[in-house]
Design a protein around this ligand. Structure first.
Ligand code: GLN
Length: 571
């Protein structure tokens, strides 16, 4: 096994990855998205740090909950062992017991297959969260020095990521020098220094960093800001990162089959074509994201990534308009009229309206108003999890005339509980008790007209990831259906409502699952793709392309969107 350790200092072919988060929480499930960003959900239902989403998307792999190590998980394991008497009366200490447990965990999890080949990975990227020098991360740093020794020569490489600020036009290398000094005094030896910076670094600055950090000039990688993050792999390639990795890790000794190599270069070519600078897209799609944690855009990271993937596929420039759902509520008309009118102006002029997931009562009345606008004005709408529940409540109130329609989550005493607590959910414990992870959804008989179903290439059954406590109350389904709301997808027992859709609308779809967790750059999530295409006026064309592709037929144009160039919207 080859290890690549990525540490941070100033700011925080068959490859697996492990993220280390030195906090005491066992997992990210109970953490506030406004502080920590999105909680990412894996196939196995693990609620993990959002960086695992980045790894899954970039490496096109499927990780497990064990790929996210936290201080909480490690201590829980060591304390359980101590209680069982596994340490045979010894004093249990941070070194060696905690550090050994960390090393053991990493070497075990690195070997778990991450793709459908079922093969053991050859390389594992370990991202050390936090900053070297923190009290919290010190056991992990110590464990890494141990792992480096045990892995042996050519099997361990450390990349230290640093930041080079530009102050009054001067590129400041001091913070990087200090950071690398701290890393070295902790016993780690960076092989490569990756410098984040806004501009390209001067030769002088690079030489200074190489000199003070005791690495070759070629080992200083400049990661300057790019128009989109998707161009960063090309930037790294241009700087010779691949031969450097091959050399330090002796990657040529790995026996890769010709099929794997061919697949790799095909992906690379496809990637380069798809992620060509966005500046070449002329037409913009304005998507209103109506949420409740919008102060921190990272709270919706996978949602924004899925929109980006879909926009690239439609060859349109994406403009996300962040709307605080609370600002749409009637009370804001007097409380803060400027915010109220601005929010409504933004909502009314958007090409598409998305209401993402969320928890709690706050801001939900604003979301309901946004769904009503989208339904009545035939603006494409996508409701994710809470966003689907919102659409159901709106429909019940304004179409079916169920005035007091609400959710048990918003008002436990409400008599018209359109959305109710799922019976099997534990009401007392918060951590890891929701309906979580990958589960099947079956398209229902009679839903052949569904626009979303067509995009899933007419598959009768799909698998998507879930994270919720509430669901549509079965007692109301008949009334909703009579009003014209279709439940086109249900779970495998037919008990849970998974997909809603309005037939006579350009695109009005709500999903109880979170399709954003499975979106990939080269394979955008279908509900997002359909929503984006509808917002861009391209739904028929994209649907036809997806169907063709699913039958193995080639599609014209760089990425399967033919004819777009002819409309003047492409290159
Ligand atoms: N709060 C809602 C529920 O638990 C929606 C959850 C979500 O959007 N992730 O069902």
């Amino acid at each position: 096994m080859k290890y690549v350790l990525v540490s941070g200092g100033v700011i925080s072919g068959n490859v697996s990855s492990i993220k280390v988060d030195p906090y005491l929480n066992v997992d990210a499930g109970t953490m506030n998205p406004k502080e920590h960003g999105e909680v990412f959900v894996l196939d196995d239902g693990g609620e993990v740090d959002l960086d695992l989403g980045n790894y899954e998307r970039y490496l096109n792999i499927t990780l497990t909950r064990e790929n996210n190590i936290t201080t909480g998980k490690i201590y829980q394991q060591v304390i359980e062992r101590e209680r069982r008497g596994d340490y045979l009366g010894k004093t249990v200490q941070v070194v060696p017991h905690i550090t050994d447990a960390i090393e053991e965990w990493i070497t075990r999890v690195a070997r778990i297959p991450v793709d459908d080949t079922g093969e053991e990975p050859d390389v594992c990227i370990i991202e050390l969260g936090g900053t070297v020098g923190d009290i919290e991360s010190s056991p992990f740093v110590e464990a890494m020095t141990q792992l480096r020794r045990r892995a042996g020569k050519h099997n361990f490489l450390q990349i230290h990521v640093s930041y080079v600020p530009v102050i009054n036009g001067e590129q400041k290398t001091k913070p990087t020098q200090q950071a690398v000094k701290a890393v070295r005094s902790a016993g780690l030896i960076p092989d490569l220094i990756a410098c984040r910076c806004e501009v390209n670094l001067d030769k002088g600055a690079v030489e200074k960093i190489a000199h003070f950090c005791q690495v070759e000039v070629e080992s200083v990688i400049v990661v300057r800001d790019m128009p989109t993050v998707y161009q960063v792999p090309m930037l790294l390639e241009q700087q010779g990162l691949i031969p450097l990795l091959q050399d330090i890790l002796s990657l040529d000794r790995l026996a890769l089959s010709p099929a794997v190599v061919a697949k790799g270069s095909a992906t690379w070519n496809q990637w380069k074509r798809l992620t060509a600078p966005e500046d070449h897209f002329f037409a913009t799609v304005n998507i209103a994201l109506v949420g409740k944690y919008i102060e921190l855009h990272d709270a919706y990271l996978s949602v924004t990534k899925s929109l980006e993937h879909s926009a690239m596929r439609c060859r349109r420039k994406l403009n996300i308009i962040w709307i605080d759902a609370e600002h749409l509520e009637h009370s804001y008309q007097t409380e803060d009229p400027a915010k109220y009118h601005q929010a409504w102006h933004q909502l009314c002029t958007a090409n598409g309206i998305l209401v993402p997931g969320g928890f709690g009562h706050r801001a939900t009345e604003g979301m309901i108003l946004a769904a009503k606008w989208a339904r009545e004005n035939r603006t494409p709408y996508l409701g994710i999890c809470l966003g689907m529940q919102i659409a159901v409540i709106e429909f019940a109130r304004n179409v079916c005339g169920i005035e007091g329609a609400s959710s048990e989550e918003f008002n436990a005493a409400n008599s018209e509980r359109l959305i109710m607590f799922m019976p099997e959910v534990d009401k007392k414990t918060m951590g890891a008790t929701m309906r979580l992870g990958k589960r099947p959804t079956l398209f229902q008989p009679g839903s052949e007209w569904s626009k979303l179903r067509a995009l899933y290439a007419e598959k009768p059954e799909i698998l998507e990831r879930h994270r919720h406590r509430y669901e549509v109350n079965p007692a109301y389904i008949e009334r909703l259906q009579q009003g014209g709301l279709s439940f086109v997808g249900k779970d495998d027992k037919g008990e849970r409502m998974e997909i809603i859709e309005l037939k006579d609308h350009p695109w009005f779809v709500g999903v109880q699952f979170h399709p954003e967790y499975l979106s990939r750059v080269l394979n955008p999530s279908k509900p997002y793709l359909g929503f984006m295409a509808a917002s861009a006026g391209l739904l028929d064309q994209i649907t036809a392309d997806v169907l063709k592709e699913s039958k193995g037929l080639a599609v014209n144009g760089a990425n399967g969107v033919n004819g777009v160039n002819g409309e003047g919207a492409g290159f």
